[in-house]
Structures are given as structure tokens and as C-alpha cells.
Design a protein around this ligand. Structure first.
Ligand SMILES: Cc1cc2nc3c(=O)[nH]c(=O)nc-3n(C[C@H](O)[C@H](O)[C@H](O)COP(=O)(O)OP(=O)(O)OC[C@H]3O[C@@H](n4cnc5c(N)ncnc54)[C@H](O)[C@@H]3O)c2cc1C
Length: 386
């Protein structure tokens, strides 16, 4: 490690140029710290990058809606690219028709067996859903909230398609964030005070480009870093600190074992001659008769005025790293990887941030918050080292 006169003469090596890595580089640059970002792909942005297909702006990895309560994060994102006021609505094909997701009370009369459903809901109106999350599995939690008809229609097939295992084997812990019945008939998915979608010509790629346009960040793309090659990169960059935002098992050559993920794959198709091909940005297809689980159409959020659209068909069970499988064994394994890497690279100069290195499903605002908090830790460590 080189000696540091003050943080502004320090250099940081960041592995992974997704939203987390780019936010880190931006924040460090504001404090005068230079960073080198190493990215495996040919372009930065990770999961959130937007692209064009035949002139239509779309999201190759599926829909991303910015929604947050974190004012500092919202202001930072808006300082990088303007956002348009988009409120996210999701449709679902259930009971042979397109309905709103989450379930609206006002949609129930349109469904078959509506009298029975209403009776089952009335019996459960006072159930404390959040408290149940501690006690039950996912299936029991949902049954207590909405009864068997709505559960079998809306939740069970979608959940089992998404996770590839029976809903009874899933934890109830994340159900309150994912499943609800809207007694107030609010059709929008997110309640957060700040919501939107980038207003510029390149969607989230403008956010990424804004974060990198600071004069103190060097991006090296097409560089797949491993524990074996890191030392050479750190030496070349004259790095005083290292931040990993990549998957730690892959990075370490699976030295301690493999972390489990549930993957998806989105196949994007250009549809000419129509302005929109579906009624909402996301339509869920829970039924087993459909090989895909959702169809995405970015144009609803981007507001782009052009002929043609792009549909993204989302398939589950792909060998990609999208949703961590939250078990105690996986949590322990990721912790063990962090300890292993601190020991290998130097505990005082090694940091972890983002969804992959922390083995978490986190939204964009949480990613940016983690990056801002990690930057503070890094800056403090550089001051101590000075
Ligand atoms: C299906 C899905 C839908 C989502 N929808 C939303 C949403 O609507 N709203 C929301 O706020 N959030 C959403 N998110 C979450 C959002 O995608 C993440 O919070 C965010 O993209 C994470 O950024 P990251 O930088 O931590 O990870 P990533 O975007 O995965 O970036 C990691 C980067 O590291 C690179 N990398 C990996 N290994 C190496 C290596 N060894 N060497 C060099 N580079 C490497 C990768 O190529 C990648 O560019 C969604 C996530 C998923 C999976």
C-alpha cells in the first residue's frame, strides 16, 4: 500500500462498474479521490443499463423503476440525469383476463366466484399481516391474508414459477413487501414519495454516464478480475483501497464453495408498426401454460415517441445471478468469503458494496445508499492511513 499524504492524493480500485461501483467512483471523485473501475463487460452499467433496438429504448435485463424514500439518493440521481414522473402499474393475466397487480378490491367483482372471494376476504380483514411474517411460511402467510381462491389464482403459480420450488418451502419474511390486497384500490405498485424513470435519450445509461463524468475515474472495460489477478491490477493502479462489487465466490475461484442464485433471462424482441403492444410496462403471466413469467415494455416508462416497440420476455431458471436464495447456509458462506478476502487482501483496505458482494436483493436506491456509506468508510480509512 502506498503512503497517503491526504485522501485527495489517494487512489481506489473498484471491481465492477454497475450502479454501485459507478456511484462509489462519483462520490470519491467529489472528495478529490481518483479511482480505477475494472468492468468485465464491454460497457458499464451492469443490470440497469438501457439500450436501443431498432431505435427503441429498452432495458435488456428487465424493467427498473426508481422509487425511494431517500432524499439524498434521489437528489444525486436527478443531478446526473433528469427523471420523468412515471408511476409504475403492473397488469396480471389471471382468471382468463387482464387485472391489476397488486389485487384491487374493485377488481374482485369482475372475477368468477367473486361472492366466495369477498367472503374469504371479509373473514380475514383484521389479520395482522406483518406480524404473521415471523411465524408462517410464505404460503400460510398469503392464505391468511387473502384466502385460497385469490392465492391459487394470483400468487401460488407466479411464486413457484419464479423460485422453482413449492411456496410452502419459502420464507414468509419477504411476503409483506411483495404481496398485498389493496383495500383502497390504489393501482400503483410503489408507495414511495420519490418515483420516476430517466427522461434523457438513453434511459439509465445517462445516469451511469453522469456518475462517470467526473474527470477522476478511469474505466477499464472488458477486464474480468479474479483474486489471482487482483494484485497486479492493484499495483498498476497504485491503489490504497480496494472495493469489490462482484460475486465473491466466482472472484475467489469458488475456494469455499458456490453461492446459490435464482436466475432469469430476458429475450427482447422488436415489434414494428405499433406504438404499444400491451397495456402496462409489466404484465405478469403466472400460468404454467406460459413458458415466461413476465413481459416488459419500456416505452410505458420512457415515454419515447416513435413507431415500433420492444417486448422483453422474462424466463426463469436461467444460470444467471439475479435473486439470492436467502438461507442460513448461503448467508454464512458469503460472510466467510468476505472474511477470506479481507485476510487475503488486507482487512484495513478491503471493502464490499452492492447486491453481488453483499449477496442481497437490493433496489437501486439501496445500492446507491450502500455506495455512499462505503465511500464514507473508505474516506475515513484513507484519512487514518495519512
Ligand atoms: C429482475 C430484477 C429487477 C429489478 N428491478 C428493479 C426496480 O424496478 N427498481 C430498483 O430500484 N431496482 C431493481 N432491481 C435491482 C437493481 O438491478 C440493482 O439494485 C442494481 O442493478 C445493482 O447494481 P450493482 O452495481 O450492485 O450490481 P450489477 O448491476 O450486477 O453490477 C455489477 C457489475 O460488476 C461486473 N462484474 C461482475 N464480476 C466482475 C469481475 N469479476 N470483474 C469485473 N467486473 C465484474 C458486472 O459485469 C456488472 O457490470 C432489479 C433487479 C433485478 C434482478
Amino acid at each position: 500500500m502506498s503512503s497517503i499524504a491526504n485522501p485527495s492524493s489517494a487512489r481506489v480500485l473498484i471491481v465492477g462498474a454497475g450502479l454501485t461501483g459507478c456511484t462509489l467512483a462519483h462520490r470519491l471523485a467529489q472528495e478529490g479521490v481518483e479511482s480505477v473501475l475494472l468492468e468485465r463487460d464491454a460497457v458499464p452499467g451492469g443490470l440497469i443499463r438501457s439500450e436501443h433496438l431498432n431505435g427503441v429504448l429498452y432495458e435488456p435485463h428487465g424493467s427498473h423503476i426508481f422509487h425511494t424514500e431517500d432524499e439524498e439518493v434521489w437528489e444525486l440521481a436527478n443531478a446526473m440525469t433528469p427523471f420523468r414522473d412515471y408511476r409504475h402499474r403492473v397488469d396480471i393475466l389471471a382468471d382468463g383476463q387482464i387485472l391489476n397487480w397488486p389485487i384491487l378490491l374493485s377488481d374482485i367483482e369482475r372475477q368468477s366466484r367473486s361472492g366466495e372471494i369477498l367472503r374469504q376476504l371479509a373473514e380475514r380483514k383484521d389479520v395482522d399481516a406483518a406480524a404473521r411474517a415471523q411465524a408462517a411460511n410464505f404460503e400460510d402467510w398469503c392464505l391468511e391474508l387473502m384466502g385460497p381462491i385469490l392465492y391459487e389464482r394470483f400468487i401460488k403459480p407466479y411464486t413457484e414459477k419464479q423460485w422453482g420450488r413449492p411456496a410452502r418451502e419459502l420464507s414468509a419474511a419477504w411476503a409483506p413487501r411483495r404481496v398485498s390486497v389493496r383495500w383502497d384500490n390504489d393501482p400503483y405498485l410503489f408507495p414511495d414519495p420519490y418515483q420516476g424513470w430517466p427522461a434523457g435519450p438513453n434511459g439509465y445509461t445517462d445516469l451511469i454516464d453522469g456518475l462517470l463524468a467526473n474527470g477522476r475515474t478511469t474505466l477499464l472495460a472488458g477486464v474480468d478480475v479474479t483474486l489471482d489477478t487482483l494484485a497486479a491490477h492493484a499495483q498498476e493502479a497504485e491503489a490504497d483501497a480496494i472495493v469489490l462489487t462482484c460475486p465473491l465466490d466466482v472472484f475467489s475461484g469458488f475456494a469455499l464453495g458456490e453461492l446459490e442464485w435464482r436466475g432469469i433471462l430476458v429475450r427482447n424482441v422488436h415489434v414494428p408498426h405499433v406504438e404499444h403492444a400491451q397495456g402496462a410496462m409489466v404484465v405478469n403471466y403466472p400460468g404454467a401454460e406460459f413458458p415466461f413469467i413476465r413481459i416488459h415494455e419500456t416505452k410505458h416508462a420512457s415515454g419515447q415517441q416513435c413507431e415500433g416497440t420492444v417486448l422483453g420476455f422474462e424466463f426463469t431458471g436461467a444460470p444467471t445471478r439475479y435473486y439470492p436464495i436467502e438461507t442460513e447456509a448461503n448467508r454464512r458462506l458469503n460472510d466467510a468469503y468476505q472474511d477470506h478476502l479481507r485476510a487475503e487482501l488486507g482487512a484495513e483496505r478491503t471493502f464490499f458494496a452492492g447486491r453481488l458482494a453483499n449477496y442481497l436483493y437490493i433496489d437501486m436506491d439501496d445500492c446507491m445508499r450502500q455506495a455512499l456509506d462505503a465511500s464514507e468508510e473508505i474516506l475515513a480509512s484513507l484519512r487514518v492511513g495519512a
